[in-house]
Design a protein around this ligand. Structure first.
Ligand code: TYM
Length: 344
């Protein structure tokens, strides 16, 4: 059976990009794969504490991401939902991968450069090693498919490079343990559709992000109908009517973004959206987008609020998921230790 793994950081402000690029697709994959969905709390603390908010905020955000998974329709009985720090194998395998990955590979990571900013000397070692922990998340379960937004593509390529180098370096040992010719699969990224990269509502050249200081730049999953309506109405656009063909969207990133959001929310394509709204006024299209966004996101936000009001239930879901994940992780770690030559 093919296995899906993916994760979301509990760093607050879950937004439409997280939903359309990741969480909505997590739910859609449930009938075709065995799925493991993780709240990556160990990744959350790689940035400055002012960014992730400290212990109370972290606990709240772990429960909020879990609530978003459940509200989006992820079935925690059939699949595995848990938080990363519960399963020690993530950190253990990440250490092995720190010794497989090369400095030169990590030096190329654009997300580190963006997040570290100008003051690189002051970035945490964890932020630098972030991608090896992400590779460990995926490969600890020997996952074959990883649904993510476009911004995670480079990290997935690194994950494949790490898997390949491990398989090569330890090839004879893998064979000697009777584990076949290679141990880790090379996981396939599942990136795509009209919302693989949702852009800021204020600037079509920047991606929608949790950390943008302007709340008007993003639609949060917990925004109410009024907030959604006012953010969509105030979203930046140019003054031209919508084009009739998708080619006409290329030089117009703000228009392209809103059409992509509409397509993803309605399960259609940008071409179909333009068949309906092309050549019409922007205001008409925005009105329809407000109705659609409120209809699709409203129930999710309401369900999230209901779920986080009962932290006991959420914690029980995470604990049960952690136990099931640990069974799989322990098996991999026993084999990895034998392959590497650690005595146990
Ligand atoms: P994170 O927490 O930043 O984002 C969670 C998911 O949301 C996607 N995403 C977007 N998609 C479309 N448009 C956007 N504007 C947008 N912003 C965010 C992200 O691509 C991601 O899929 N490194 C990961 C978390 C992670 C992970 C993993 C993912 C840790 N280990 C293992 C997959 C497998 C991250 O920071 O996601």
């Amino acid at each position: 059976q093919q296995r899906v793994f993916s994760g979301v950081q509990p760093t607050g402000n879950l937004h439409l990009g997280n939903y359309l690029g990741a969480i909505k697709r997590f739910a859609e994959l449930q009938d075709s794969y065995d799925c493991i969905y993780c709240v990556v709390d160990m990744h959350a603390i790689t940035q400055d504490m002012r960014v992730w908010g400290g212990p109370d905020e972290l606990r709240r955000n772990i429960r909020e991401v879990t609530a978003a998974y459940l509200a989006a329709g992820i079935d925690a009985e059939r699949h595995i939902v848990f938080n990363q720090s519960q399963v020690a194998g993530h950190a253990e395998l990440a250490w092995v991968f720190n010794c497989v990955a090369r400095l030169g590979w990590l030096n190329r990571m654009t997300q580190f450069k963006e997040k570290a900013g100008k003051d690189r000397e002051n970035a945490s070692v964890g932020l630098y090693a972030y991608p090896t922990l992400m590779a460990a998340d995926i490969l600890l379960y020997r996952a074959t498919h990883v649904p993510v937004g476009e911004d995670q593509k480079q990290h997935l390529e690194l994950t494949r490079d790490i898997a390949q180098k491990f398989n090569n370096d330890f090839g004879p040992s893998i064979a000697a343990q009777g584990l076949g010719e290679s141990y880790f699969p090379l996981p396939e990224p599942l990136i795509g559709g009209p919302a693989a990269r949702v852009m800021s509502l204020r600037d079509g050249s920047k991606k929608m992000s949790k950390s943008d200081p302007s709340d008007l730049s993003r639609i949060n999953l917990t925004d109410d109908a009024d907030a959604i309506a006012s953010k969509v109405r105030r979203a930046k656009t140019d003054s031209e009517p919508l084009p009739s063909e998708v080619e006409g969207l290329r030089p117009r990133p703000e228009a392209e973004n809103l059409v992509g959001i509409y397509a993803a929310l309605s399960g259609t394509t940008p071409a179909e959206v333009l068949q309906q709204f092309g050549a019409g006024q922007f205001s008409t299209f925005k009105g329809a987008l407000v109705d659609l966004a409120v209809a699709k996101l409203g129930p999710i936000g309401a369900e999230m609020k209901r779920l986080v009001a009962d932290p006991g239930h959420i914690d029980a879901v995470l604990q049960k998921g952690g136990e099931r994940a640990r069974v799989l992780a322990d098996e991999t770690m026993r084999q990895v230790k034998d392959i590497v030559g650690f005595v146990r």
